[in-house]
Write a new protein. Structure first.
Lengths: 495, 574
């Protein structure tokens, strides 16, 4: 049984429990919340893509779902939220101001936006990713450009409101930024993150950060693969952002979108082959020819080079984001062997880093969709069992909590998620080394330890729990760590 | 045979005139004036110091390498690369010196003997790779380099990439820029100027150096034209019209390198070179920063020359005056002489300054306490590895910022009081009756309010690179002291605070004394000039004027008047 299935089972187990609560007459006060959660548990995990205007959110989403949707439908519509859901036939659904829905074919031009009624556009697509997740593409939190026109400002303000709204409705977040990373020596690394994304937050265990336009951050004067350079940079800063995001990865969204949305056809492949042949053979082995070097100097040089050679297909792609980085990858592929459209798209995809990003999304979101939803539902119901006091008899409330607790004990992965979240919570004030160790332990990232080592760590954490200045929260998490290591020692580790 | 006057560089002419005046002063055996001239001539270096600033990772170092035409000179990396100040300049080697022409001089924060080494080793001292966290304790790396730019007189400073332009580190960078002649603001060409950089630039107030913007990395996709237009619009919307009119140039260090790689016969590819924007930027630095700076230096020297010439003319003018109108010399002049002789500029200044030093001391201590408390709160709330590792540098930045803030406020106050004293030194007699008297104050020359005092205070240029010695130690040693836990970090912050509180009074006293000394020196010089004039009057009263003497005085005076006329003409051209 794989993780995804196990986690979906878990979600249905929680759903059964909630349904049981809903049938309980003593818990009438809880009922509206239970119904809402039951509905959510039946749905897919919602992932919102959040970032500044022009960070490449739509491009990335297009690449992930494998279809160009947004750009064909009117420019200003990027100022509303787009919900990408699984469904056939592929279609778009819009809500009119009067509350009715219009269903149209994908690619229909929707015209300009009615500023008074910003309603999300729903896209139904048949895609592997959407089988597990619902993706929300947002307008952007802020613009790095300063725009002074009244309408643009209103659109931006509205875009921010819409983005925040989408983030509230989502279960998990994908932060995307094209601007600089907060650096280690920059003062208050974390406050820089807050400055970038404001109060738009979820638990760090449900958030990823992607560095878009990875290719343009790299140092072009060295030969090392740009994506590798930026990935090393991301590794360096991962620990600093631990209490905000679980992991960081670079991506070149433009290359990914070109590769995935069927733009590379046989005509393009023919032109790339011709271009590769015309600019092949450098003076030394493995060195590009001066002609190619000149062609790939910048996007402008590429454009004028293509123009001079009359390559209209590639030239048209330039308007869709084809730049010298993408062209270099395709030419290198054409040098290696017969460049078919599929191979070129493959080379672009490899250069985009999309594969790694998809892996990361699957590991972090798709496979854990059930557990994230189940955990959110349980936590919310537990919280309300305290806050709904007058409407909820004390005995009934404690019964709810006991059942939730029992479920957590029966399914330790639920408890692990809570513990992982506690471990990266800055308010718990753990030392950085402890934090990394616990995060790895509770997320199942750490490998099985030899018995002696596990025993030693179990003792260390017991000592930590009993230390003089330990706060109750620290004590609780230390005891959990002790239990986990002790289980490992006995060999009945569930993972 | 008539020759049309050869149009010459006014700056060069100023140098020539200064030479002529110096010759005259030596001829008349005026040792004090000669010393003064030497000092003010030293201000006219013919050089412009330009500091490169900008957000991290926009390619400042690569761009400077391209400007200097030395790929690989300054270290470059995808992350923060440079972590100390690197100053690149050129001074001709005196003939017969054994010193090689190009070299690196590494200076240390603990005042250790500087180390000389060949150019290739810069990265070992100035990059995050070779000298992580500045563990080798470098304060500045000075590079002597022969390139067209440095030979023309442009000295470039690369600022550390880490730390950015915000908070305390920004304050330290700002004070590095304050006394520079120009700023090269390097931005990413994809976007217009950011709020951070804008705030940094506006924080200079009226004493902002000249600015040139470079929109770098035009080889990567983005709309340079739009970014530049947006930047100009944004700057004028904020009422910063002089900044909006500053030169803004798209540049690409990558294209510059490729122009050389793709050129034929050892010559760079001309069209690529032009596309890289580097030649344009070089020309702009020359015309927009170097030239105005040289003119400003020359006009300061001109003002001094006029002063010196007036002093030289005083005795003879007195003689002539007496021969024309004896009654013009009154008892009033004599009593004025007595007053000035009694006036002690130092005592006067110290009286006006009152409790400035004690007040600054208290203010400095308060600011240190507050800054350290903020850091301590931050450690308590957001403790992380990154925070712990940044502690020594951050504390250092905070203390430097506090010290420089207080020190600058103190300097402003001292200059203001000194101007009050100078007002007392101004003579109260009607101008026409006093030979050698010139209305004392010159029009203010930025960046300091008083041209007279400015000359004396040029030492501040080096202030930022002269660290808070009593406190600074090497970064590794600090790192060991911080310890690996929240509690020990808090202890470390407290220890550093106590250290700074002990050091602050000593440091401030040193600054205070030095600044007062500078001001007093300028005041004494001003008083001497006026006494000279009055003595000439007195002498004229006492000595009988014979026709021979009058003739000699007239002759001497004509030489001085001729020079004065040239200085006036030059000053109007500058």
């Amino acid at each position: 049984m794989d993780d995804a299935t196990r986690n979906r089972d878990l979600a249905s187990e929680v759903a059964t429990l909630l349904a049981e609560f809903a049938a309980d007459r003593e818990l009438a006060g809880l009922r509206p919340h239970l119904t809402a959660h039951l509905e959510r548990l039946g749905e897919r995990l919602r992932v919102a893509v959040i970032g500044e205007v022009n960070a490449g959110k739509s491009t990335l989403v297009n690449a992930l779902v494998g279809k160009d949707v947004a750009e064909t439908s009117g420019g200003e519509l990027t100022y509303v939220n787009w919900w990408f859901r699984a469904g056939t036939p592929e279609r778009m659904r819009l809500r009119r101001p009067d509350g009715q829905h219009d269903v149209v074919a994908i690619g229909t031009c929707l015209g300009d936006l009615d500023l008074g009624h910003p309603a999300p556009v729903e896209i139904f697509l048949d895609s592997t990713l959407l089988a597990d997740l619902t993706v929300i593409d947002t307008p952007g939190l802020y613009s790095l450009r300063h725009d002074n026109s009244e309408r643009t400002r209103r659109l931006l303000d509205q875009g921010r409101d819409q983005s925040v709204k989408a983030a509230r409705e989502a279960d998990a977040l994908l932060y995307l930024t094209a601007s600089d990373l907060p650096g280690a020596r920059d003062q208050a690394t974390l406050s820089r993150f807050t400055a970038m994304f404001g109060t738009v937050r979820v638990a760090p265990t449900n958030a990823l950060m992607l560095l878009s336009r990875a290719e343009r951050r790299a140092d072009r004067s060295v030969t090392e693969d740009p994506l590798v350079q930026v990935d090393a940079l991301a590794r360096r800063y991962r620990a600093d952002l631990f209490s905000y995001v679980w992991d960081i990865a670079p991506v070149s969204a433009l290359a990914a979108a070109l590769a995935r949305t069927g733009r590379i056809d046989d005509g393009i492949a023919r032109e790339v082959r011709a271009l590769a042949a015309a600019t092949a053979a450098g003076p030394g082995v493995g060195e590009p020819s001066p002609l190619r070097r000149r062609l790939l100097l910048s996007d402008d040089y590429l454009r004028s080079g293509l123009d001079g050679r009359g390559m209209s297909g590639l030239l048209a792609l330039c308007d869709r984001g084809l730049g010298c980085y993408e062209m270099r990858a395709m030419l290198a592929a054409a040098d290696r062997d017969e460049a078919t459209a599929a191979r070129l798209a493959g080379a672009l995809e490899a250069a985009s880093g999309l594969q790694a990003v998809e892996d990361l999304i699957r590991r972090t979101f798709a496979d854990r969709g059930g557990i994230i939803l189940a955990d959110a539902a349980l936590a919310d119901i537990e919280r309300r069992s305290y806050t709904l006091r007058p409407a909820l008899p004390r005995r009934a409330a404690s019964r709810v909590r006991a059942r939730c607790e029992a479920l957590r004990t029966a399914r330790p992965e639920l408890q692990d998620l809570v513990d992982a979240r506690t471990a990266v919570d800055p308010a718990v004030r753990l030392e950085p080394e402890e934090r990394s160790e616990l995060a790895a332990l509770f997320s199942g990232e750490s490998t099985r330890l030899p018995a002696a080592e596990a025993g030693r760590r179990a003792e260390t954490w017991m000592a930590r729990a009993n230390a003089v200045h330990t706060t109750p929260q620290q004590c609780a998490i230390a005891l959990r760590a002790h239990t986990r290591y002790a289980e490992m020692l006995r060999g009945d580790d569930p993972a | 045979m008539t020759n049309a006057p050869i149009p010459t560089d006014p700056v060069e002419s100023t140098r020539d005139v200064a030479q002529a005046v110096y010759g005259l002063v030596l001829e008349r055996r005026q040792a004090a004036l000669a010393a003064r001239l030497q000092k003010s001539a030293a201000v006219m270096t013919g050089r412009a110091t330009i500091v490169a600033i900008g957000p991290r990772s926009v390619g400042k170092s690569s761009l400077l390498n391209a400007l200097l035409d030395r790929p690989g000179l300054l270290p470059v990396d995808v992350d923060v690369s440079s972590n100390v100040y690197v100053r690149v300049g050129f001074a001709p080697v005196p003939p017969g010196a054994t010193d090689p022409g190009e070299r690196v001089l590494v200076e240390f924060i603990d005042g250790r003997e500087p180390v000389k080494m060949p150019l290739e080793q810069i990265a070992d001292w100035a990059s995050e790779g070779g000298n992580p966290g500045n563990e080798r304790g470098v304060s500045v790396v000075r590079v002597r380099l022969e390139s067209p730019l440095t030979k023309a007189g442009i000295w470039l400073t690369d600022t550390p990439g880490a730390g950015g332009l915000v908070a305390a580190h920004g304050a330290v960078v700002r004070s590095a820029c304050q006394h520079a002649d120009g700023l090269l603001v390097v931005l990413d060409h994809m976007l217009p100027i950011s709020e951070t950089v804008l705030e940094f630039l506006t924080s200079f107030g009226e004493f902002r150096p000249l600015v040139v913007f470079a929109f770098n990395r035009t080889d990567v996709s983005g709309d340079t034209e739009r970014s530049i237009a947006d930047t100009r619009a944004l700057l004028s919307a904020k009422g910063l019209d002089d900044l909006a009119a500053a030169p803004m140039i798209g540049t690409s260090a990558f294209l510059f390198r490729e122009a050389h790689a793709l050129g034929a016969d050892g010559m760079p590819d001309e069209s690529l070179l032009a596309d890289s924007g580097v030649p344009t930027l070089r020309a702009t630095l020359m015309s927009a920063i170097l030239e105005p700076t040289r003119r400003r230096q020359a006009s300061v020297l001109c003002a001094d020359l006029a002063d010196v010439l007036a002093t030289l003319a005083a005795p003879d003018a007195g003689m002539l005056l007496r021969s024309q109108d004896r009654s013009a010399i009154t008892q009033e002049a004599v009593s004025e002489l007595r007053r000035l002789q009694r006036l002690d500029p130092r005592r006067e200044l110290v009286r006006l300054l009152g409790t400035l030093r004690e007040d600054s001391d208290a203010e400095c201590r308060m600011a240190i306490m507050k800054a350290m408390q903020d850091i301590e709160d931050d450690v308590e709330a957001n403790y992380s590895d990154a925070l712990r590792n940044s502690l020594p540098a951050r504390i250092e930045d905070e203390i430097q910022a506090v010290w420089q803030g207080v020190s600058k406020a103190m300097q402003t106050e001292i200059i203001a009081r000194a101007e009050q004293v100078i007002a007392g030194i101004e003579l109260k007699l009607p101008e026409s009756k006093l030979p050698g008297y010139r209305p004392g104050k010159l029009p203010p020359v930025p960046p300091l309010p008083s041209a007279r005092l400015r000359n004396g205070l040029t030492w501040l240029v080096d202030l930022i690179l002269m660290p808070w010695n009593l406190l600074r130690r090497s970064a590794t040693k600090h790192q060991q002291q911080v310890g690996a836990s929240r509690a020990s970090s808090v202890k470390y912050v407290n220890r550093e605070r106590n250290g700074a509180l002990v050091a602050a009074p000593h440091q401030l006293r040193r600054d205070y004394n030095a600044q007062v000394e500078q001001a007093v020196e300028a005041l004494v010089a001003a008083r001497a000039t006026r006494l000279e004039a009055l003595r000439a009057v007195q002498e004229a009263v006492e000595n009988p004027a014979t026709p021979g003497r009058v003739a000699a005085a007239e002759q001497r005076l004509s030489v001085v008047r001729a020079l004065e006329a040239r200085v006036r003409e030059l000053a109007s051209n500058l």
